[in-house]
Ligand binder design. Structure first.
Ligand code: ADP
Length: 161
């Protein structure tokens, strides 16, 4: 049986921090399913179609990685995909409390699926999709923090040149 990990997130939009994590996780797992949350309760800047397109283009040339959407209970989704692990990233200390609670809840709901954390790449320790959007909205130069397609889409969205 291949070792499958599900990497869930909003990916609103995908950043180089996410990509770094996926690259490192590819050395550990046989297959990674990037699962984009359709987010019924969370407001997103990009639609699910836009987020998926950016993820798909950014991950071209990663044969081990497949892309999917999910809603509802994550552990149920992961189990349905025969995943052994849920992959999450940890940046500075502020991520810890929320991720800890989430992992504990998921373990309680489904003890057969472990949550595995990878530390952020040092270059991306400050980078989150929300900070990135905040900078882009106000015209900040976000080049080099996101894949080319995301840079283009953000420019389109905010009418930047
Ligand atoms: P969510 O809304 O589920 O937090 P995100 O797309 O913001 O979705 O994040 C998905 C996962 O990627 C989370 O585990 C988050 O901690 C991780 N992540 C986001 N940005 C980075 C980064 N710069 N470095 C490492 N991990 C990151």
């Amino acid at each position: 049986m291949p070792d499958i990990a599900v990497y869930p997130g909003s990916f609103d939009p995908i950043t180089n921090g996410h990509l770094d994590l996926i690259q490192r996780a590819s050395k550990i797992f046989d297959r990674i399913i990037v699962a984009v949350a359709t987010n019924a309760f969370k407001q997103s800047l990009f639609t699910i179609e836009e987020r998926l397109e950016m993820v798909r283009i950014s991950l071209e040339g990663y044969p081990q990685v497949s892309i999917d959407t999910f809603d509802g209970l994550l552990v149920k989704y992961a189990k349905g995909k025969n995943a052994r692990a849920i992959l999450r990233g940890l940046r500075a200390v502020t991520d810890f409390e929320y991720e800890f609670q989430l992992a504990m809840m998921n373990r309680r709901l489904e003890p057969g699926v472990e949550t595995v954390f990878l530390m952020t790449g040092l270059r991306w320790v400050f980078l989150s999709s929300s900070i990135l959007k905040e900078a882009a909205i106000h015209g900040g130069d976000i080049e080099g923090m996101v894949p080319e397609i995301v840079h283009r889409k953000l420019k389109e969205k905010f009418g930047l040149t």
